[in-house]
Design a binder for this molecule. Structure first.
Ligand code: A3P
Ligand code: MG
Ligand code: MG
Length: 390
């Protein structure tokens, strides 16, 4: 893979306008001061119920179990309870963060986690996109960003058109998406051991897929000088839950590897697997390799922290240091851009592969679109806004 070095030139375009651009420049070089990334510590967990209600319990936590040999990932496709794609609102994460903050304040330990110095609050999916952008050659993305009391809030921006497109996914593509969830169903159980009561077609099957249900972990970490709060889904734990991420497991599916071309493709994909897990401190990734028609052939376990070494020098290689360096630059670029921003300002950040990142302040119509007629200030829920500003 050709690293598009994120080491960059920064420009104002033009100097009196709110539009700014962070550009790539080649070639990639090792940063002189590799950025540090602090081991994530978990603040709390929460669950979404089958009805998509958020509750501060571990009801959606699952245990890893070995999937049956040759599991059919198309199993019970027609029973899939599918949550419609929606805007990636930060509401759930803000509820969790508010609760965590209250807990910190009540603990009487004033030295730890002063809430005021949090630089970024975002879902893990957004952070993964930022940290893998240096190697992204195909898919661009957009964010809405607000900056309140020195904290930047990120949400993925999905235009109505893009949302419609996502919800009208082609049947073949939709089925492939289901395979990933079905693998989770085969590999998880609500008890640490397999339930033995199943008939042949559902052997090891832990229940029909309902993508409303998720178990989430909220962690605190730090990239360079920026403290970050990240929330994301955790697929399951191995054997027991310790209250920390050390037994967390991420489950993935991928097409079986049949030659060097497939292998390079897989190695490239490992970059996303890596950051997705790394950001929450998930130490283990279990990949189910499948046939094109959705049958598991083998499973393989990877240690998250060993992935960079595994791909080093290979055709699909990537270097996480380049990604962290890009991430740090991206965050400080946004912070500078928003330094004199009003709290209710909403910025649109647009990433274009191989080009860079542009930032612009949304006008009134843009903000109204982001608010979507709900009780919001920008994209932040009003209850959160009142709490922070009031
Ligand atoms: P796979 O990752 O095994 O393909 P996650 O692995 O992040 O827990 O997500 C579970 C499944 O959700 C994925 O399984 C995939 O099927 C689906 N999924 C997640 N993110 C997706 C995306 N951006 N587009 C399409 N499907 C996605
Ligand atoms: Mg998941
Ligand atoms: Mg998964």
């Amino acid at each position: 893979i050709r690293a598009q070095s994120p080491i960059v030139s920064e420009q104002n375009t033009p100097s009196n306008s709110p539009h700014r651009f962070l550009a790539y420049s080649a070639p990639s070089q090792k940063p002189i001061h590799p950025p540090t990334f602090q081991q994530p510590t978990q603040l709390l967990t929460f669950s979404y119920t089958p009805e998509r209600q958020l509750e501060f319990t571990d009801s959606a936590m699952r245990y890893f179990v070995e999937p049956p040999r040759g599991a059919n990932l198309g199993n019970r496709y027609e029973n899939w309870v599918r949550r419609p794609d929606e805007r990636g609102r930060v509401d759930g994460l803000l509820r969790a963060w508010s609760k965590a903050k209250a807990k910190i304040a009540n603990s009487g330990d004033g030295t730890k986690g002063q809430p005021s110095d949090i630089g970024v609050i975002a879902w893990r999916g957004v952070m993964t996109k930022i940290l893998t952008a240096a190697y992204e050659e195909r898919d661009g993305w957009e964010l809405n960003v607000m900056c309140m009391n020195g904290t930047m809030y990120f949400e993925e921006h999905l235009s109505d058109a893009k949302l419609k497109e996502k919800n009208a996914m082609e049947p073949r593509h939709r089925r492939q998406t289901y395979y990933g969830y079905a693998f989770e169903s085969y590999c998880t159980s609500s008890t640490p051991h397999k339930q033995e009561d199943c008939s042949a077609d559902t052997q090891g099957w832990s229940g029909d897929v309902n993508t409303n249900v998720q178990w989430c972990s909220v962690v605190k970490t730090k990239l360079g000088d920026t403290r970050i709060i990240i929330g994301g889904e955790v697929d399951c734990v191995r054997e027991k839950y310790t209250g920390r991420p050390d037994t967390f497991v991420e489950l993935k599916t991928s097409l079986s590897i049949r030659g060097p071309h497939d292998e390079a493709k897989f190695e490239k994909k490992l970059l996303k697997f890596y950051f997705q897990s790394f950001l929450l401190g998930v130490p283990e990734i279990i990949v189910g390799f499948r046939t094109p028609s959705g049958y598991i052939t083998t499973t393989q376990t990877f240690k998250t922290l060993e992935l960079p070494r595994l791909v080093r020098g290979k055709p699909g290689a990537w270097d996480p240091v380049a990604c962290l360096d890009w991430g740090r630059r991206f965050l400080s670029f946004l912070k500078d851009t928003m330094a004199s921003s009003a709290a209710r300002d909403v910025w649109r950040v647009k990433f274009t592969p191989r080009e860079g990142v542009s930032v612009a302040l949304l006008d009134e119509a843009g903000v109204a679109d982001v608010e979507g007629g709900e009780a919001r200030v920008g994209f932040l829920p009003r209850w959160y806004w009142d709490k922070e500003i009031g």
